[in-house]
Write a protein of this length. Sequence first.
Length: 508
Amino acid sequence: MISSVFDEDFDVVVVGYGFAGAAAAIEASDRGARVLLIEKMPDPGGISICAGGGVRIARNADDAFAYLKATNAGTTPDDILRVFADELLTLGDYIRALARVSGATPVVRDREANYPLPGGHTFQFIEIDSIPGFDPLKAYPHARARHSGPNLFKVLDDNIRKRPIEVRLSASAQRLITDAHGAVQGVTIDAGGGTRAIKARRAVILACGGFEANHEMQRQYWQFSPVLSAVSRGNTGDGIRMAQAVGADLWHMWHFHGSYGFRHPDPDYPIGIRMKRLPDWTPGSEVRDVKMAWILLSKTGRRFMNEYAPYTQDTGHRPLDFFEPATQSFPYVPAHLLIDEDGRKAYPIAHAVYNDRNASRYEWSQDNLKEVELGILRKAESVAELAGLLKVDRRVLQSTIERWNAQCANQRDDEFGRPGVTMMPIKTPPFYCGEVWPVVSNTQGGPVHDARQRVLNPYGEPIPRLFEAGELGSIWGHLYMSGGNLAECFITGRIAGREAAAAAPWRS
């Protein structure tokens, strides 16, 4: 879109107020730029605020690079991974500096990477353990997270407020404005009062996330459907479309961070409900003795996967992505979850995580019985009744359960390799079942960028004055690392902010 008339002007416009957008805005402001930070949703935080809050850092850059190279499997250039690895060494100090504004207490924990690949031992987590007088439920009633995600967002929010950064919520970016040569000059936004053209004298930074809440884009880039969006309805691929419109290339569009979970029976409920987060484990290492109460069954009543993969929250969805050409169907979408009475009593088997005002009306019950009343789970007094609910052959289902229970007795899953200590028999009636769907927490695909966070066209050329940060066009192209997207938000946000602020102002 070409325009010569602007309603307002700033040096740098940052699109998206999650961790990446905040980091970019802070960096650009600290380097002397006049910054506008916009967010399309009525509340800030994006999906960032709902993350666990642990940010990856590293002790050794060479080891970090080796691990990143192995897990990206040639999908991301070495120079980008090298910069990322180097930045991981100083990221802890940066988080500590931000934390001082809030009087917050950062803590560092040793935590190896998810897979036994070269360099995985070098990684740690840094997170915000506490903030004096801060209650996340009162400060951010629209958001629910597992751990310290709201704490980390509070630190960023305080740092934004300390600086002369203008923030506008419910302000949706529409299109990028370019000159006749394709250089980005600004962006149009709609804040409810009509479209306004905002001049960006130095640059625009897209930090507006991926496309997990855009089901049409899911259909075009992924094989199976539907995939339920967890956390937020705000990430609808806006940055991808805007960047494409000015010539951006795309990468990693197939790859997303996700698992499996439930669909709420209310069609207006906006998000998928992920299964309970159980501890991750590293292949080749001792697995913590934690029981997973459920197994998953295909539409014919047979197990088809390891329900407790090493990093279930990242790759748990992948076994469901199977197309059967002979029947022209996806036999595992939806899958059927099965637990018994002991499993029902063990713990809440799912947990709603969200940044959405309309999602705040629902919390999963402690005993899983509210979900029986709602119909998310269905109850059967016998295997025969269960087979009827699932519409599967009773003999097949009986054989599946008997085989599973025998394997539990031996603590050995001969079919799919689930760790023995996680196995829990299904033998105490009543039984409970529920439909389980693939769930996406965040996508990794988007515009291609270089090591300076400049958005590139299909010829590898930078689109002038356009940068990106965070989940949008993420580096993760094969296997994700827990806490890696959060580290990416800060690393790429700072780089993009620095580069944008350093750009020479264009002249009208």
